[in-house]
Design a protein around this ligand. Structure first.
Ligand code: F6P
Length: 535
């Protein structure tokens, strides 16, 4: 099968069989019940629906799924050509068709010495990929050298990463995670993303201009928020008597000319093929290297690489990213669950839901397929969540007794990185207890104390929140998003949906700044009236 001619999920025989199976086994009064499934299957069910991947263990057994559904879903992946699209990704084909770009983030973590997994590719393609990886490895090595130098420079106490979306969420989450796991030394690393000046204004008084390095991270170097914050930081720097902009501002971008025009002394470049939400492995990972150092950054890449190997080599039926994506399709298109709650039971992973919101919803929140046809099924669910156990005292009421089940994804870490007694066992017990309570329910002695149970959840386990484990987890999520997009037949690598709002913002900004003479630019009466009120 050619990757361009892959069928969409609803065009495959497996899809029709899944619909029939769902109607027979999962709908109506005789619907599938997890408690009965466990009573019948016992520990075999856990074995059947558990997956061991590098760095991550996953138990999917508490989901509303049976052997036959899993078998048909795996056929669905195969019939949708997930493997050929995966091979095309690794071979540097332009699978981001609406932007006519190859998708290159995986190559940033391959290193120039790694064997090329490009069976059946033309020699010229192999050479192109090899030279691309060499360029990436060189850029990475320059970036890591500079990070080392900054870390060794006692004169730099603070680093401020200015970026938004993928140029913020991934690095911010990783720095937070590894810092809490005790991996961080070196300068303090701060992140500023929002165009809301409160964020930058709150940080500036804590900085000394001559001891601060600003990293302006933006693939395009044209994103409004980032340019505004960078300009304000540069103005503040000058106002503090700072003269050497070139020394105190570094750019990370695919647009090297714009970085030079801004006045940054150095630019760590990366290629257009790296999508924002997939970019933390590339030069965009610079703040990570500054915060945790070269060895940890390299371990992060190696963890991701181990997951890449699992993804490219494991048969679909035992392939964790594939099986998680199939579960997502099953939950979204058959059970029709509109959202998924992510509950990381580790303080260091508290920004994981925010990171996943961009990764999953910007990638797969689409209603048109790669051929431009409106899709007749739902795509990305809403992804939301909060660190456990905090979430238990906020929205878990709804998870247990709300009108609709919401699949919950627990992420637990076996070993703690702190020595406070009692906390970690208790935390893990709570994660397990929540998953069990959702499944078992309770008849209760009054309607208000009744829990229906049979509510699905997935349990992911990391051994430790170390760089390699985190790298594996994040690569797992990336591949899962890729597979779900491949099955839905959409392009997971563009994001046209963010453009329209940007266009309106430009017009409205002018109306807000005027004295009323350009109210018309704000467009409709509601927007114009609100603009007048806000002016
Ligand atoms: O929100 C749209 C988007 O293009 C994201 O995809 C991207 O991560 C973010 O803006 C930031 O883009 P840039 O790195 O070009 O500033």
């Amino acid at each position: 099968m050619n990757w361009q001619e892959r069928p969409r999920c609803d065009e495959t025989p497996a899809w029709a069989l899944l619909q029939r199976h769902f109607a027979q086994r999962f709908a109506g009064a005789q619907a599938f019940d997890l408690r009965l499934a466990f009573a019948e299957e016992g520990a075999r069910r856990v074995e059947r629906f558990s997956f061991d991947a590098p760095g991550v263990f996953a138990d999917l057994s508490k989901n509303l799924i049976d052997d036959e559904a899993q078998r048909l879903l795996t056929q669905l992946a195969q019939q949708c050509g997930v493997e050929v699209l995966r091979d095309a990704l690794w071979a540097g084909e332009r699978i981001n068709t609406s932007e006519q770009r190859a998708v290159t983030h995986v190559h940033w973590r391959c290193g120039s010495n790694q064997a090329l997994a490009l069976d059946g590719q033309a020699q010229v393609a192999i050479e192109n990929i090899a030279s691309m990886r060499r360029r990436m490895a060189e850029a990475q090595s320059a970036m890591l050298d500079f990070a080392d130098a900054v870390r060794a420079d006692a004169g730099i106490t603070d680093v401020v990463n200015i970026g938004i979306g993928g140029s913020d969420l991934g690095p911010r989450m990783v720095v937070q995670a590894l810092r809490s796991a005790g991996q961080a030394r070196g300068p303090r690393v701060h992140f500023v993303a929002n165009m809301d000046g409160h964020e930058l204004a709150e940080l500036l008084p804590h900085l000394q201009a001559d001891r601060t390095l600003f990293v302006v991270s933006s693939k395009t170097f044209g994103t409004a928020e980032t340019m505004q914050n960078a300009a304000s930081a540069r103005a503040w720097f000058a106002a503090q008597g700072g003269r050497d902009v070139a020394r105190h501002f570094v750019g990370v971008s695919a647009n090297t000319a714009a970085v030079a025009a801004f006045g940054a002394g150095r630019c760590f470049a990366f290629d257009e093929g790296v999508g924002g939400r997939f970019s933390l492995w590339s030069s965009i990972g610079f703040p990570i290297a500054l915060a945790v150092g070269r060895a940890s950054f390299e371990a992060l890449l190696s963890g991701a690489r181990a997951m890449d190997q699992h993804f490219t080599q494991m048969p679909l039926g035992r392939n964790l990213p594939v099986q998680l994506a199939l579960l997502d399709v099953w939950n979204r298109n058959f059970h029709r669950f509109a959202s998924r709650c992510v509950a990381p039971y580790h303080h260091g992973l508290r920004r994981l839901p925010a990171y996943l919101q961009q990764l999953e919803m910007e990638s797969n929140g689409k209603c048109v397929d790669v051929r431009g046809r409106t899709v007749p099924f739902d795509t990305a669910p809403v992804v939301w969540g909060e660190a456990g156990s905090n979430g238990q005292h906020a929205f878990f009421q709804m998870l247990h007794q709300g009108t609709q089940p919401v699949p919950v994804e627990f992420v637990a870490v076996r070993q703690a990185a702190h020595a406070l007694e009692g906390h970690h066992d208790r935390l893990l017990a709570n994660a397990l207890a929540q998953a069990r309570a959702l499944m078992l329910g309770d008849a209760g002695d009054a309607p208000q104390r009744h829990f229906s149970g049979n509510r699905p959840s997935t349990f992911l386990v990391l051994d430790r929140l170390d760089p390699a484990g985190l790298g594996a987890l994040l690569a797992l999520y990336e591949h899962r998003v890729f597979v779900a997009g491949a099955i839905w037949g959409i392009n997971s690598f563009d994001q046209w949906g963010v453009e329209l709002g940007k266009r309106h913002a430009g017009l409205i900004e002018r109306a807000l700044g005027s004295r009323g003479e350009t109210d018309g630019a704000a467009g409709d009466p509601s927007t114009a009236a609100l603009a007048r009120r806000l002016r």
